[in-house]
Write a protein that binds this ligand. Structure first.
Ligand code: 3PG
Length: 210
């Protein structure tokens, strides 16, 4: 498995799907549907009991997908996710323990920040690409626009409350490298196994960047 950087992950497509997988049987067809629509970097959140198995199955069965893990809350989560095959990690906030564990395991990280202070703390650790989370609740695109000049070296992947209609506002900003979101995999479509609908949403999302 080729190692990737966070920049590689964020440049694969304009949108990184954020996935909460309840039913393990849905994991591989869901990943295939998203990849077929052009979204190859996938964040599987550790919010369900089957999440690690889902990562393992997608990593094995969908070679075109770049599978990452989201909602990392501890160093143990990092270790277990790397073992399952996760190639990048996302956390809601900035945690030195998680960053240390990820560094040790060789897993590139996209940690969440909501303030310039947190962004500066991350930059002091050498991280240049950060998640802005939860984006909409923290002021959305205008905040990132205001950060562009003072935090000129940093790039962001805003996530949280973003939908197809609002994603372009973020993607138009020079300091936004991609956005994260769950809108490309609506719960009902996943439950019903409506994979063509999901491929359609992914295909639309994959052309969002101007
Ligand atoms: C999350 O739940 O991690 C993010 O908020 C992405 O989900 P959303 O696009 O539904 O906000």
């Amino acid at each position: 498995m080729t190692a990737v950087t966070i920049e590689d992950v964020c440049r694969i497509a304009p949108v990184v799907p954020v996935l909460v997988i309840d039913d393990l049987e849905k994991a591989v067809p869901l990943a295939k549907a998203l990849v077929a629509g052009g979204l190859r970097a996938l964040e599987i959140t550790l919010r369900t009991p089957v999440a690690l198995d889902a990562i393992r199955m997608i990593a094995d069965a969908v070679p075109d997908a770049v599978v990452g893990v989201g909602t990392l809350m501890s160093a143990d989560d990092v270790t277990a996710s790397v073992k399952a095959g996760a190639r990048f990690g996302v956390s809601p906030g900035l945690s030195a323990r998680i960053l240390d564990a990820a560094e040790e395991a060789g897993m590139p990280m996209l940690p969440g920040v909501t303030t310039p202070s947190e962004a500066m703390a991350a930059a002091e650790r050498g991280l240049r690409i950060l998640k802005f989370f939860p984006a909409e609740a923290n002021g959305g695109a205008p905040v990132l626009k205001a950060w562009a000049s003072p935090l000129a070296d940093l790039r962001f992947c805003p996530t949280g409350g973003i939908v197809a209609a609002t994603a372009p506002d973020y993607l138009a900003l020079p300091n936004v490298i991609c956005v994260g979101g769950s809108w490309v995999a609506p719960k009902q479509a996943v439950e019903q196994g409506d994979w063509s609908a999901i491929t359609g949403l992914a295909a639309a999302a994959s052309t969002l960047r101007a």
